[in-house]
Design a protein around this ligand. Structure first.
Ligand code: PLP
Length: 466
């Protein structure tokens, strides 16, 4: 008989594997169809290997098939959104989910997730209320705007605003501000999707008020200013300020909007950080609308916030698209709690993790790093050297793009390992630790780890070798 056919015949049946004690202990606590699917996949893999003429020998034994199935189930358990230690130095790391919520916000999410709340209920009148009302009121107070609203993310906020104000009309944007953010948010694409026509003016490095003025015509619906979050034109450059645009818009009765992107609620320059536009400053210039994200410098949940003139915010509220991009209750709860801290906390730079990470002094980071060195050296074993150094880090998520902020790092070097190999070893710890490589050196940045002890790797049994 052909050896492949023989091997296939000898494979344990699905029923036998499902009856194996290891699998039975799984189906005692997990859905049987789910375990069956994993088990069948292991057998299918073996059949494919046999058909390709590969030797499978011991892998095809009943015990081995059961063990492999159990491994796959285990892998599913660890795969779901694994916690990582962010030692990259990038405070708002898009790949790690940007802002971390304040404790109060986490608690608020837990509450609305597990209990009924007054999400859309007016207790006073016993009738239906609007879910966004409280957050809108908070935003009005925090930015001094006439009105505010909130949607799922800033991309949705911009889309919704363009659709409401400029569908079937022209939107005038400087060529220096036609940005792409996060790989998929592009101003020209959002503009096209909103049904507005993009009118580019000026050049990449210089745009003048007269460029806007000359482009204004009977079909102009909006003047849009975009904060070029993730890059900056240096050198021979000029752009038109929001206040100039607002004055121009007023002369022609055309609304003006600014997409601030990150949008800080407090002035970071007060804490020695590079200046990032503050939402209230933009609002004070009197544009129709200002939009910004909830999970960048604000330090809240993913959300798109719109503040500005009442007539325009009301028009946006009447747009059916608003309903399609509205926030869920978990978001609203987290946002309400975060904004509450901005209103009432004695020290937001302590209570809001993003602001805490940005404002911690290098002295404090250095002390934490120095205290950690012995434990880190012990976890790494011989062959490694550790060194505490001053360095610079990025804010991330398009906030303060060209400015780096001072930080403190631990440089981890090893006799026989490259920086890449050390990085991989740390990524295999439990929880995984993600540092950064600069100039062929592996760095653990202290600014972005909430608790320095997290940098001491706990090795998984299979992670010893690089
Ligand atoms: C980040 C950003 C966006 C997109 O915001 P999301 O909240 O990620 O949807 C839009 N515009 C600017 C200028 C940004 O920086």
């Amino acid at each position: 008989m052909n050896p492949a056919r023989e091997l296939l015949r000898e494979l344990p049946s699905l029923d036998r594997v499902m009856g194996h004690p290891r699998i039975v202990s799984l189906t005692d606590r997990l859905s049987r169809p789910y375990v069956l699917r994993r088990c069948r996949a292991v057998l299918d893999d073996l059949r494919a290997r046999i058909q390709r003429g590969e030797g499978v020998s011991s892998d095809a034994q009943l015990d081995a098939v059961a063990a492999r199935t159990a491994e796959r189930v285990q892998a599913d358990e660890t795969r779901a959104l694994t916690r990582v230690v962010n030692a990259t130095g990038t405070v708002l790391h898009t790949n790690f989910g940007r802002a971390l919520l304040a404790e109060q916000a986490v608690e608020a999410v837990r509450r609305v997730a597990s209990e009924p709340t007054t999400l859309e209920f007016d207790l006073e009148r016993g009738t239906r209320g609007r879910r966004e009302e409280r957050v809108e009121q908070q935003l009005i107070e925090l930015t001094d705007a006439e009105a505010a609203t909130v949607v799922n993310n800033n991309a949705a906020a911009v889309l919704l605003a363009l659709e409401t104000l400029a569908r079937g009309k022209d939107v005038i944007v400087s060529r220096g501000e036609l940005v792409e953010i996060g790989g998929s948010f592009r101003i020209p694409d959002i503009c096209a999707k909103s049904g507005a026509t993009l009118r580019e003016v000026g050049t990449t490095n210089r745009t003048h008020l007269s460029d806007y003025e000359q482009a204004i015509g009977p079909t102009t619906g909006l003047l849009l200013k975009v904060h070029p979050s993730n890059y900056r034109v240096m050198g021979f450059a000029s752009s038109v300020s929001l206040s100039q645009l607002v004055a121009l818009g007023a002369r022609h009765e055309i609304p003006v909007m600014e997409d601030l992107g990150s949008g800080a609620l407090i002035d970071l320059a007060r804490y020695g950080l590079p200046r990032e536009p503050v939402v209230a400053d933009s609002v004070a210039m009197g544009p129709a609308l200002v939009s910004f994200s909830g999970d960048k410098l604000l330090g809240g949940p993913q959300a798109g916030l719109l503040v500005g003139r009442r007539t325009w915010i009301e028009a946006i509220g009447r747009n059916p698209l608003h309903r399609a991009v509205r926030c869920g209750k978990l978001t609203l709860a987290a946002l309400e709690a975060t904004l509450d801290l901005y209103q009432r906390s004695l020290d937001v730079t302590h209570d809001i993790p993003t602001l805490a990470a940005l404002t911690r002094s290098c002295d404090e980071l250095e002390r934490a790093g120095r205290a950690l060195l012995p434990a880190l050296a012990a976890a790494l074993g011989s062959g490694y050297t550790l060194q505490l150094e001053a360095a610079t880090a990025q804010v991330g998520s398009g906030a303060l793009p060209t400015d780096e902020i001072p930080t403190v790092v631990i440089v981890v070097a090893a006799d026989r390992l490259t920086a890449e190999q050390i990085a991989r070893r740390f990524r295999r710890a439990s929880p995984p630790i993600v540092g950064r490589i600069r100039d062929d050196r592996f760095l653990l940045d202290l600014r972005t780890v909430g608790c320095a002890e997290d940098l001491v790797p706990r090795w998984r049994s299979d992670a010893r070798e690089p």
